[in-house]
Design a protein around this ligand. Structure first.
Ligand code: HPA
Length: 285
């Protein structure tokens, strides 16, 4: 019987493959952005603000995992926002989908090989801080990794270091730009600590109380692995969370992914304004 041996997806998301994928993208366009934005749950609509030069479905990029969560499109876009060249990662894969840390952080390694210097990561999060309301935004000042794994575990990527300083993981000057962008759009922006869990179950009220005591202001199921790998690759990182719901036990309603998407849709215009302003300020800072 002529049975085809399936190529393991994981085997293609290696740090060495990142350089090859980047080279293939660079051959297809002359645009050389230094800023990338990863669009998480509730942020996909930013694609509408982008003048697209090159759009590639993740499925056509070796090593890029196709997200299997509603609200994540799964496309790599090279183009411009506010006339500033950018890369948009339209959607991300999550650890809870069963993908490895190497899989979900592979696009970040490709960005580094493309010459990207700064990345804005976006996500949906549950509000732990009692002053946060659904629809608010939070600029991440620091994180707590509660995912139970670190994406740098294992062999060191060629040319990279193993032990990465995380003291100023979320870049101060990019955080200032986010605040300025929010001020311009008259949007209230919280600044707080993001705690990442692996998911996919939402947290229990007892976990949320514990996370609050640990110093977390918001909780989500992404972003931290990408931040760690971006820092290893020398990228400056900023992260913006949309507080799509109050965390478990903070109100009487049960939590659902539907609520996460609905809030994201409701605040889409504010999210777009904030990010467009950020891109403009980034280009002039
Ligand atoms: N918990 C974890 N992840 C989330 C939440 C939450 O309440 N909301 C959006 N992503």
């Amino acid at each position: 019987m002529n049975r085809e041996v399936p190529v393991s997806f994981k085997s293609r998301a290696t740090p060495t493959a990142a350089a090859e994928v980047a080279a293939s993208i660079l051959r297809r366009s002359k645009l050389r952005p230094t800023l990338a934005i990863q669009l998480g749950s509730g942020f996909q609509h930013l694609l509408a603000s982008c003048t697209v030069v090159l759009e590639i479905p993740y499925a056509s990029l070796p090593g890029f995992a196709m997200p299997d969560v509603p609200g994540h499109l799964g496309k790599f876009v090279l183009g411009s926002v506010e006339k500033i060249p950018v890369v948009l990662l339209g959607g991300r894969s999550h650890y809870y989908e069963g993908k490895t840390m190497g899989d979900i952080t592979f696009p970040i390694r490709v960005l580094a090989e493309l010459g990207i210097k700064s990345i804005l990561l976006t996500n949906a999060a549950g509000g732990i801080n009692s002053s946060y309301r659904p629809g608010d935004f939070m600029c991440v000042t620091d994180h707590i990794n509660f995912m139970g794994e670190n994406p740098l575990r294992g062999a060191v990527a060629p040319g990279r270091r193993r032990f990465i300083d995380m003291t100023d993981a979320y870049n101060r000057s990019l955080r200032r730009l986010l605040q300025e962008a929010a001020d311009q759009a008259q949007i209230r922006l919280h600044h707080g600590v993001f705690l990442a869990v692996s998911g996919p179950s939402f947290e229990t009220p007892a976990e949320i109380r514990a996370f609050g005591l640990l110093g977390a202001d918001a909780v989500g199921m992404s972003t931290v692995p990408e931040t760690i790998v971006a820092r290893q690759c020398g990228l400056k990182v900023a992260a913006l969370a949309c507080i799509t719901n109050l965390a478990a036990g903070r109100n009487k309603e049960p939590l659902s992914h539907h609520e996460v998407l609905e809030t994201g849709k409701r605040v889409a215009p504010q999210a777009a304004a904030l990010i467009e302003n950020f891109v403009r300020l980034y280009a002039s800072h």
